[in-house]
Design a protein around this ligand. Structure first.
Ligand code: ZN
Length: 565
């Protein structure tokens, strides 16, 4: 009779460690435990066999920063305000999983794989150690900073920290970015998955999870550690015409894997059906860890997980403002509930997910009243907050995001406002592919190739009916100008870099490069004016002051130059 009570007392006496792994851009149906064969994910499959698998875990937004902030706060994007990778950091008042566990005495360590969840996201709050080589806001410079790093390096850093002796329980967050484009798995995964490089990245990330699981076993912490692996969003992989993620709100980019293991508590080999939302993760983890609840917009599903019962019906709000903020399209919002999804768009969509998981057959015509009811429920949420202005990127953020393939980055105009993203995806995506190709050539040091690739993208695209679509993208002009600068074609570099400054007056590196082009072209006075404009934005920027000093020196103004240098 005393058995369960003794067990409970033991559980209360020794707090549970938490290892949370988010594998970025991991689409649920590409995981072996979710049916993909041959499985690229033996570690996740093992966790599923030894713990609980949530069959229908959904993200609320298919973008890294907003989705991670939702996982950490249990709040929807329109509540926490982080709706884009460019959004300002999460406000300091909102409790997060980290701050709540820190307050419980946990040792906390965050180890991240890419810029969107850097300190610029605000997610570092509450972490004793935040291993983040990416944050842009503090160091605006023209030096090529990294935007992502491989899982192996992230796990190395995490293991270094985990191995430290400690008496307190730990919370470690490990963010592995590899499955995000570009798909370039390291050996031996590149060869093994030559025909499916995305799966190769997934397999590589999974192999790094294996290292964490091995350490837990070796350290004897298997029974005292709750291990959770999930993702922030999926990947289009060409479905619905979407290569990557961010434009649409289909399940390809919203259905994510979620597995949890806590031996002796969560029954091994359990598969739990029913919708589990991103906002439910924080309250569920707190309850599983025996920590007090904190107000969120989610619901703890701990009881259902422990009892291995199906989750009750619930509604998930979903949004994507990416095409709206960056490409002038209409915002997308959706409600996912009871096996249906309604998408609010200029041409609305309704799908029966249980019969049509690929969301291929729009049921708007034959289920009009259901669609109307779901629309009413959807529009009752998020009143008046659907189209926030794009946060300014007054940092090197644009460049870092461009390196990750987010080439729109807010400085693209020309699409008639309010166009349905479905009608623009092909055009925007082909433009994106071309820009990304140019940026990659630049990054690879092929400046001739980059200039050849990017130059035509600054031109207008003729449309049927004699209309012209004016594509203007910061990254086209910025990387074209920088390529020409590298080729020492200074006079040619001036125009694109001047357009880049015009498109994003917050990008300090753009002022630096433009002034170099102008100086190189013998236009010293213009260069000086550019430097002065940059200094108005960033009065203490070292590179601008250096440039100013050099220009004044060139003019023979030694005293002023000395003051500036
Ligand atoms: Zn992501």
């Amino acid at each position: 009779m005393l058995g369960p009570l003794v067990l409970l007392a033991a559980a209360a006496a020794s707090p549970t460690n938490l290892l949370l792994v988010t594998i970025d851009t991991l689409r649920a149906d590409r995981v072996g435990a979710y049916g993909f064969a041959p499985s690229p994910t033996p570690s996740l499959d093992r966790l599923a066999r030894e713990g609980v698998l949530l069959e229908e875990a959904v993200a609320h937004v298919p973008q890294t920063r907003p989705s991670h902030v939702t996982l950490f706060t249990g709040r929807l994007p329109y509540e926490h305000g982080i709706r884009d990778n460019f959004s300002k950091p999460l406000d300091a008042a909102t409790p997060t999983l980290t701050t709540l566990l820190k307050a419980r005495g946990y040792a906390t360590g965050g180890f991240i794989g890419a810029y969107p969840v850097s300190r610029d996201s605000g997610l570092q709050r509450g972490f004793d150690v935040y291993d983040d080589p990416f944050a842009a806001a503090s160091s605006v410079s023209t030096r090529g900073d990294r935007s992502e790093r491989r899982a192996g390096e992230v796990v190395d850093r995490a293991l270094e920290w985990l191995r430290r002796p400690r008496t307190a329980p730990f919370f470690a967050w490990v963010h592995l970015f590899d499955p995000h484009a570009p798909y370039d798995p390291p050996p031996p995964f590149a060869a093994r998955f030559a025909k499916d490089l995305y799966a190769g990245e997934v397999a590589y990330a999974d192999s790094q999870v294996q290292r964490l699981l091995e350490w837990i076993d070796t350290a004897g912490l298997r029974d005292s550690t709750l291990v959770v692996v999930t993702s922030d969003h999926g990947e289009g992989l060409g479905d619905h015409g979407e290569d990557e993620h961010g434009f649409f709100v289909y399940d390809t980019t919203l259905h994510v894997p979620l597995v949890m293991r806590r031996p002796g508590h969560l029954k091994a080999g359990t598969r739990v059906g029913g919708q589990f939302r991103g906002v439910d993760l924080l309250p569920t983890l707190l309850e599983l860890l025996g920590a007090p609840a904190s107000p969120t917009s989610g619901t703890s599903r701990a009881a259902a997980l422990l009892a291995a019962t199906r989750l009750p019906d619930n509604q998930a709000y979903v949004e994507s403002l990416y095409a709206s903020l960056h490409f002038g399209c209409a915002p997308l919002r959706a409600l996912r509930a009871e096996g249906w999804k309604y998408i609010e768009a200029p041409r609305p969509e309704l799908y029966r997910l249980t019969e049509d998981p690929g969301e291929k057959r729009n049921r708007m015509d034959d289920r009009a009243s259901l669609a109307a009811a779901m629309r009413t429920a959807l529009l009752a949420r998020d009143r008046g907050t659907v189209a926030p202005s794009l946060p300014s990127a007054d940092s090197a953020a644009a460049e870092r995001l461009a390196a990750l393939g987010y080439v729109g980055t807010g400085f693209f105009s020309g699409t008639p406002p309010g166009t349905d993203p479905k009608d623009k995806i092909a055009e925007i995506q082909s433009f994106n592919r071309e820009v990304t190709r140019g940026v990659r050539l630049f990054e690879g040091g092929d400046y001739e190739g980059a200039a050849r690739q990017l130059a035509p993208l600054t031109a207008s695209t003729p449309l049927p009916g004699g209309k012209v679509l004016e594509h203007r993208s910061f990254n086209v002009d910025y990387f074209l100008g920088r390529s020409l600068l590298e080729l020492r074609r200074f006079a040619d570099a001036v125009a694109p870099l001047a357009r880049a400054v015009d498109l994003d007056p917050h990008s300090i590196p753009a002022y630096v490069f433009l002034s170099r082009a102008q100086a190189g072209a013998g236009r010293g006075e213009q260069a000086l004016a550019t430097v002065e404009s940059g200094l108005q934005r960033a009065p203490r920027n070292a590179e601008l002051h250096q440039m100013k000093g050099r220009l004044l020196l060139g003019r023979g103004d030694v005293a002023a130059a000395r003051a500036s240098l």
